[in-house]
Design a protein around this ligand. Structure first.
Ligand code: TYM
Length: 331
């Protein structure tokens, strides 16, 4: 079992990232060989001030380590420091089909009506993601629900490459998605929208860097409805905001929706929200304190990322060489 996953380094880590991906990565470190990377090449699909981009890689590395990614157990690196990702992406571009990429919901959502004005990198984004995964022969890719389609596309690309070039080179990976709300944490302002770095409202998400007062305030202001919580989780189906908050609580304390509702049934949000804020603070405060410490030692972070990139590059090289050979660019 080999685990590979990545996160875009731009924007602060939020509760959706943590519950949907990072805290699950942390748990997998003891069970499998893990590679985790900052997807800084993916961040090129949007224009960002280069100074901001440069700093964001270190900042996200510190956030991951603060959240429990242990560089002694896992290989942690920046994608751009391992050129094999870009090289394999280009090889896979010869196999991926325009029609496949055109069907990607992330492309459709992000490009919106402005397809002509979108970057080529935004369109090609899933092929680079396929390269990230196939380069390391990953068997499991722990992600939130929103990335499932990209992992399925990776399988299609792997299978088409193997079949076109008549090789058994790439391992079609499995998306590894958690259960319940954690797989798709929704915005605090709108239960029908995913919690996302790109939502213009800061109130829609809780950041790892938010202090305790901000966490409590965001939860106090979170959209809800006037009804008390039911005992039966099925009754939350038609109440997206309530379902999201109950699910977030459960994901943070390690309980199912049923267990959470057993405790809070009959109570309104006036009682539930303070308990939710306490749980969020109990989870996030120690991670935030570690982050504040870690981000001060830039040299240590750079050393971790350099060692990770070395390791990743040596793991990637045999597959990259085999891909060059398969397509007839190397003997
Ligand atoms: P990114 O940076 O948007 O998000 C990082 C991880 O967090 C998960 N996530 C969520 N999970 C639950 N609820 C949410 N509201 C939520 N928001 C984000 C994402 O599913 C993801 O697992 N394309 C990827 C990065 C990437 C990658 C890869 C991932 C690049 N190459 C190869 C896996 C394998 C992305 O933009 O994730």
């Amino acid at each position: 079992m080999r685990v590979v996953s990545g996160i875009q380094p731009t924007g602060d880590l939020h509760l959706g990232n943590l519950l949907g991906a990072i805290l699950r990565w942390v748990r997998m470190q003891d069970e499998a060989e893990c590679l985790f990377f900052l997807a800084d090449l993916h961040s090129l699909s949007d224009f960002i001030d280069p100074k901001v981009r440069r700093n964001s890689v270190r900042e996200m590395a510190a956030a991951l380590i603060a959240s429990g990614i242990d560089p002694n157990k896992s290989t942690l690196f920046a994608q751009s420091a391992v050129p094999a990702h870009s090289e394999l992406c280009w090889i896979l571009n010869g196999v991926a089909r325009m029609g496949w990429l055109n069907r990607m919901t992330q492309w459709k959502d992000k490009a919106g009506k402005n397809r002509e004005g979108s970057s080529v990198a935004l369109f090609d984004y899933p092929v680079l993601q396929a390269a990230d995964i196939l380069l390391y022969q990953a068997t499991h890719v722990p992600v939130g629900e929103d990335q499932k389609q990209h992992i399925e596309l990776t399988r299609d690309i792997a299978l088409k490459f193997n079949s076109d070039y008549d090789v058994e080179l790439f391992v079609p990976p499995e998306p590894f998605i958690g259960g319940g709300t954690a797989a798709r944490v929704m915005s605090l302002r709108d239960g029908s929208m995913k919690m996302s770095k790109s939502d213009p409202s800061e109130q829609s998400r809780i950041h790892l860097t938010d202090d305790n007062d901000v966490i409590a305030l965001k939860i106090r202001k979170a959209k809800t409805d006037p009804d008390p919580l039911p005992e039966d989780p099925a009754l939350l189906e038609s109440r997206p905001e309530a379902r999201n908050l109950v699910g977030i609580y459960g994901a943070m304390v390690g309980e199912t929706d049923e267990q959470v509702l057993q405790r809070f049934a009959g109570q309104g949000f006036g009682a539930f929200k303070p308990a939710l804020a306490d749980a969020a603070i109990a989870l996030l405060e120690p991670l935030r304190n570690r982050l504040v410490e870690l981000r001060q030692d830039k040299a240590a972070l750079d050393a971790i990322l350099a060692a990770g990139a070395n390791k990743a590059a040596s793991l990637a090289q045999p597959t990259l060489d085999a891909a060059y050979r398969a397509v007839g660019l190397k003997d």
